[in-house]
Write a protein of this length. Structure first.
Length: 344
């Protein structure tokens, strides 16, 4: 640990502060949704907003304050991206023994039985990953349980404001979620959040105001800002200056990308490397076919067996959902739909 970084915990992305700065309205809306009496039906919610705006922390804070008589299940859908995987996680949250031999219908039965005897809250974080597969089936099942008033489904998305644009009409009609939106942090809000974390993590007088201002003016994503500040602190001698912040910007962003990809496969990272190397060669955007060729070269250089073009195409979509790359789609020409990809 450097002389600057005294306590790294407040700069970690999984750190939960005692209070959520500049998210009082959103937290109040979440709490109000569960403020009905014991006999009141539980609400379905769709929580949306850009990545790094505090959605998951706010939801989990309310989630953890619910009475013990309410059973709770949290599912990070970027890791459990099919109905079967998500149902297994829900059952495990209920302290049920689950092995790979269970059929989907058996897992559904168990969830239904849980909702019959206890009020139940299911949080489906990063719902977009689940909806790339058979997530609509899971949402329809949960919304149509016999005791549906006893179960709350909370979906969280960094990409989709209107859930109805991604699911079938019958599913949305049955689910009818209330929307709670999280706006991007302003530069001033992000500055205050980072300053409060820095006060608890860094040595006194070790952070220059200009350094923090530069971060807050460069991103509205608190996770990226925290990663950047933490990386600078680990590489500072005695003081975190604006010059140091500028110097480590690219490396700190790479550490943030590594964090996002930590739960994904090595091939996801190879696809990211392919896009990165193409951008290093001066191309603002690169076609998906060229990315696949570069990905194959990277696999050969590391003696890995390359995945199919279709699988790599799916992985590019995953990178899009993580806001690591952005893609433009074009229709027409010899191959019909084409996709041009660039780093965010």
């Amino acid at each position: 640990m450097t002389n600057v970084l005294e306590d790294p915990a407040p700069l970690q992305l999984n750190y939960v502060p005692d209070e959520f700065q500049d998210r009082e309205n959103e937290a109040s809306s979440l709490k109000a949704s569960f403020a009905g009496g014991e006999e009141a039906p539980l609400p379905n919610l769709h929580v949306h907003g850009p990545r790094g705006t505090g959605k998951t922390q706010a939801v989990n804070s309310v989630f953890n304050d619910l009475p013990k008589r309410v059973s709770k299940a949290y599912v990070p859908c970027h890791r459990y991206d099919t109905q079967y995987k998500a149902l297994k996680q829900i059952c495990k949250a209920f302290s049920q023994d689950v092995n790979d031999g269970h059929h989907t219908s058996e897992l559904q039965r168990r969830v239904g039985e849980q909702a019959e005897v206890m009020k139940t809250v299911v949080i489906l974080d990063e719902i977009d990953f689940l909806l790339l597969n058979d997530g609509d089936d899971l949402l329809y099942f949960l919304s149509r349980l016999e005791n549906s008033d006893n179960i709350s489904v909370i979906t969280i998305s960094s990409n989709t404001e209107k859930l109805e644009s991604l699911i079938e009409e019958r599913t949305y009609s049955s689910l009818q979620p209330r929307r709670i939106g999280f706006e991007p942090y302003t530069g001033g809000e992000l500055y205050q959040i980072l300053a409060e974390r820095a006060k608890n993590a860094l040595a006194s007088r070790s952070l220059q105001r200009e350094a923090l201002t530069y971060i807050a003016s460069s991103t509205s994503n608190v996770d990226r800002g925290l990663t950047w500040l933490r990386y600078a602190a680990k590489n500072a001698d005695n003081t975190i200056t604006e010059e140091l912040i500028r110097e480590v910007e690219a490396s700190a962003y790479q550490e943030y990308v590594n964090y996002l990809l930590d739960d994904f496969t090595e091939h996801h990272y190879r696809v990211y490397e392919a896009v990165f190397e193409a951008s290093e060669e001066g191309e603002n955007s690169v076609r998906a076919g060229e990315i696949y060729e570069m990905y194959q070269d990277l696999c050969r250089s590391t003696e890995q067996e390359a995945l199919s073009n279709r699988r790599v195409s799916d992985y590019i979509k995953n990178l899009e959902l993580l806001d690591i790359v952005q893609a433009d789609y074009y229709y027409g020409g010899e191959k019909g739909k084409t996709r041009e990809v660039e780093l965010c």
